[in-house]
Design a protein around this ligand. Structure first.
Ligand SMILES: C[S@@+](CC[C@H](N)C(=O)[O-])C[C@H]1O[C@@H](n2cnc3c(N)ncnc32)[C@H](O)[C@@H]1O
Length: 287
């Protein structure tokens, strides 16, 4: 029997040797060190346009306290999940489609000593492998752009949350004409694999899935300077895109974006500056 083929989305993210590349990047920064801190991974392990500042800000909106069970929907390399486990003392479960990302997330979590509080498993977030009411909180950072069936996604998230649950979506949303959006983008190299939706579509789908949106934030003013700095750094031919900012390690999420990372970062910036896209946060409660 042949093994199931990864979906086009998982193929977009998969590199086959990402674990080795990340280990090498970290070895260059911290020679001979096996154990690291979550701070030392900033810039390497958060795969969204807002970098660590946005992770911190979103975490504050999750109303966390020690012991709560949190679901990270599309957890990537696990940076945001580890931030919650480390700084809020919560118990985090990350689910991601891309097997290789799950492997890297587990490896980095071991290296920062958080394996007892942050777990990762492969899965499709439109069919979550958890019983009803398994989590007190959920967040989803830059994942909806890969998901065509957002109605099913939000219904699934609602199902696994407790009645007093809170859910934060932080996605790049569509503001302008979709035919003008330029590619490649960090989440899709071509339009066929990108499922951008407008804020009003998110609101409507979230509401139909049983959520009430209690707050909404446009993150463009926070994101644009980070992306511009990344572009300037490329022109100076110095450090690659480092969304954690200048005083943090010169390793970068570009490692996970592959060889065309500069083109992906340049396109996302251009689309945002042209008013076509906006990183947007929606904070939702169960109705
Ligand atoms: C841009 S990355 C964001 C990762 C992470 N949330 C972060 O902010 O660092 C998008 C992630 O969504 C995952 N993904 C896309 N579609 C998915 C699906 N249907 N189920 C689970 N994960 C999915 C990808 O594998 C990838 O890791």
């Amino acid at each position: 029997m042949t093994a199931p083929q990864p979906s086009p989305i998982a193929r977009h993210y998969r590199q086959d040797d990402l674990l080795r590349k990340i280990d090498e990047a970290l070895d260059r920064l911290y020679p001979g060190r096996i154990t690291l801190t979550t701070d030392e991974l900033h810039g390497v392990d958060e795969f969204h346009t807002g970098g660590h500042a946005a992770t911190r800000q979103l975490a504050e909106h999750l109303e966390l306290r020690a012991g709560l069970r949190v679901l990270d929907v599309g957890s990537g390399l696990g940076g945001p999940a580890r931030h919650l486990a480390r700084h809020a003392g919560v118990d985090v479960t990350g689910v991601d489609l891309t097997e290789e990302y799950v492997d890297v997330a587990r490896r980095l979590t071991d290296r920062v000593g958080l394996a007892d509080r942050a777990r990762f498993q492969q899965g499709d977030v439109t069919a979550l492998p958890f019983p009803q009411a398994s989590f007190d909180r959920a967040w989803m950072l830059h994942v909806g752009m890969n998901i065509e069936d957002k109605a099913r996604l939000f219904t699934e998230i609602n199902r696994v949350l407790t009645d007093d649950g809170l859910f934060i979506v932080y996605d790049v949303m569509l503001l302008g004409d979709p035919t003008l959006v330029s590619y490649p983008l960090p989440w899709a190299s071509q339009p066929e694999h990108s499922f951008l939706a407008r804020p009003r579509e998110y609101r409507s789908l979230l509401s139909k899935a049983g959520f009430e949106i209690v707050a909404e934030h446009d993150h463009r003013s926070q994101t644009v300077p980070l992306l511009r700095d990344a572009g300037d750094a490329r022109h100076r031919n110095s450090t690659p895109y480092n969304p954690a900012g200048g005083d943090t390690p010169p390793a970068s999420i570009s490692v996970a974006m592959g060889t065309d990372a500069p083109a992906k970062v340049a396109s996302v910036l251009q689309n945002i500056e042209e008013g076509l896209l906006a990183p947007t946060e929606m904070i939702c409660r169960l109705r």
